[in-house]
Every structure is written in structure tokens, then in C-alpha cells.
Write a protein of this length. Structure first.
Ligand code: G3D
Ligand code: MG
Length: 288
């Protein structure tokens, strides 16, 4: 209540603009700069010891956007989705309800750009269908040929008619602009359906242990009542188990399954927790 009043005072005539809630996704391969871009945008900082994002992380930020003379207040819920390919259950769940997608690659690693077309764009189309999408070629501060980087970006963006930016989470270049576009997607002001050509989903061979880790995470999230609330716990337990999301070992998954059971004993009857544990342990056995 008090917050609403404060907000209203910041707008001309004290008129409260319409509030739009919008879930947006940041997608792209590992280490392209998703977490760094969010950090730059939300707290205007770069660096620190950021660890590999496990599962998903959700950050909230409000934006005011002027479009056609109207001021909109957009409450963005930014989902930093596990960038590792193969975690399809976790990703499918995280994609639900998204109003906009920021597809990110690293301009110094062309394979991360190719992977947008080969993997991420087809995944988005498969799971959400047509959704406003924006593409960012990140780490432009490291590009030795800016013109070439711009050309590569335009080539990709042109195929799908996507708004596009060369960004740097390090210097802050175009970060605000890219997120503002995402905010506009939240008020329906960005048209960029990923309908155009190309990019049939090549079902990459998924590491069977990645598939098990993915399945266990999703199973726990379901048991817990949702991925958003479950993810911080999953992350803590995965870290404690020494689970490397890119190449999880059998032993780490076993520890992870054990730790999740300990957590579940706190909110589920012991026999349910035990059943969940044995179901997950069986998946691990079957995979190896
Ligand atoms: P991810 O969330 O997509 O996996 P991160 O990527 O945000 O964790 O970033 C991966 C690495 O790239 C980090 O380096 C980070 O500092 C660096 N990085 C991210 N964005 C930029 C950028 O715009 N410019 C430069 N120069 N580096 C960037 P470390 O060394 O911590 O792994
Ligand atoms: Mg990350």
C-alpha cells in the first residue's frame, strides 16, 4: 500500500501507471554472460566470484517504459535459466509463462551464436511457441573486430526479425537498452515471433547422467511445489554434493539424491521421502 503511494508520487500528476507483470527469460550457452548481464542491469556491477548458475535464478526489477506517449510500469521477473544443454525438464518448466526472451551469445565464441540457432531458438519455439525475442551479442568489449561482430549479429537477427544489440556486461554498453526492449515485450510492444526459417531441433545426444540430474531436479521441484521456490534448495544441495552440472558424476548425483531426501524429511512424511529417494536412485542405476 505504502509502496503504491510512493510510486504514484513519481509520476506526472501522481497518476499511477498501469502495472504489467512480465516474466522474461535469459537463454544461451554457459559462460556467455547471462548472470553478469542481470547483475549489471539490476545492481550496476560487474565481476565478483559468480559461480555457474545451477538450475534457475529469479531476479525482480521494475522498469518504467514510455511507449506511444503512455507510461507503463513493468515488473520484470527475470529468469536466469541453466545454460547447460540437456536439462530439458528444468528448462521446459522454467519457460512456462514467459512473455519475452533475451537470447545471448558470446561474440568471441561463434559456437555460442550457432548454438542459439541449433538449440535455443528451436527449444523456445517447441516449448513456448511464438514469443517476443531479442538477441544480444555479449562481451563486445573483447571483440577485436566490431564491424564483423555487428555483421554476424545482424545476420542472425535478420533471419528471425529480432531486435538486436551488441552488449557488454563489463562496460555496461547497451545493457539497459536490451532489458528495456525486454520490458517492452512485457507490454506487447515488441513483435518478434521466432517463426521464420531455420533451426530444426537437432536432438543432441544428451549425457545420460545429465538427463538423470535434470529429472531428479524436476522431481524434487514438483514435490516441493514449484521450480521457483525449489531452485535455491536444489542449488545449495547440488553445490554441497559437488555436482558439476556440465558433467555430473555418478557419485555426485548419488550424494545429491541423498541430500534432497534429508531436505524432504523436513516437509514430507519419512516414508514419502524414502520412496522419492528410491525412485531417484533407480533412475541413476538405470542410467549407468
Ligand atoms: P553465464 O551466466 O551465461 O554462464 P557469466 O555467464 O555471467 O557467469 O559470465 C561468464 C564469464 O564471462 C565470467 O568470467 C564473466 O565475468 C565474463 N563476462 C560476462 N560478460 C562479460 C562481458 O561483457 N565482457 C567481458 N569481458 N567478460 C564478461 P569469469 O572469469 O568470472 O568466468
Ligand atoms: Mg550464470
Amino acid at each position: 500500500m505504502g509502496q503504491g503511494l510512493n510510486r504514484a508520487l513519481h509520476f506526472p500528476g501522481g497518476v499511477m501507471p498501469e502495472l504489467h507483470k512480465s516474466k522474461v527469460l535469459l537463454l544461451g550457452d554457459g559462460a556467455v554472460g547471462k548472470t553478469s548481464l542481470i547483475k549489471r542491469f539490476v545492481v550496476d556491477q560487474f565481476g565478483d566470484d559468480y559461480i555457474t548458475t545451477i538450475g534457475t535464478k529469479v531476479t525482480k526489477k521494475e522498469l518504467t517504459i514510455t511507449d506511444g506517449g503512455t507510461t507503463h510500469l513493468v515488473a520484470l521477473t527475470i529468469w536466469d535459466v541453466l545454460g547447460q544443454q540437456g536439462y530439458s525438464a528444468v528448462q521446459t518448466s522454467a519457460f512456462q509463462g514467459a512473455r519475452g526472451v533475451l537470447l545471448i551469445y558470446d561474440v568471441t565464441r561463434s559456437e555460442t551464436r550457432e548454438s542459439l540457432e541449433r538449440y535455443w531458438i528451436p527449444r523456445v519455439r517447441e516449448v513456448i511457441g511464438s514469443v517476443a525475442s531479442i538477441v544480444a551479442g555479449n562481451k563486445v568489449d573483447l571483440a577485436d573486430d566490431r564491424a564483423a561482430a555487428q555483421e554476424d549479429l545482424e545476420h542472425l537477427a535478420g533471419k528471425y526479425a529480432m531486435p538486436h544489440f551488441l552488449t557488454s556486461a563489463k562496460t555496461g554498453e547497451k545493457v539497459e537498452e536490451a532489458f528495456t526492449k525486454l520490458g517492452k515485450a512485457g507490454i506487447g510492444a515488441v513483435e518478434a515471433p521466432l517463426e521464420a526459417l531455420g533451426g530444426s531441433l537437432v536432438s543432441a545426444r544428451t549425457d545420460p547422467l545429465v538427463a538423470v540430474a535434470d529429472r531428479v531436479m524436476m522431481d524434487f521441484a514438483r514435490e516441493f511445489g514449484g521450480i521457483e521456490g525449489a531452485m535455491p534448495i536444489i542449488k545449495t544441495q547440488a553445490t554441497k554434493a559437488g555436482l558439476d552440472v556440465r558433467a555430473p558424476s555418478k557419485e555426485a548425483i548419488r550424494r545429491f539424491i541423498d541430500y534432497l531426501q534429508e531436505i524432504e524429511r523436513g516437509f514430507r512424511p519419512a516414508n514419502t521421502a524414502a520412496q522419492n529417494h528410491s525412485r531417484r536412485a533407480a533412475w541413476l542405476r538405470d542410467a549407468s
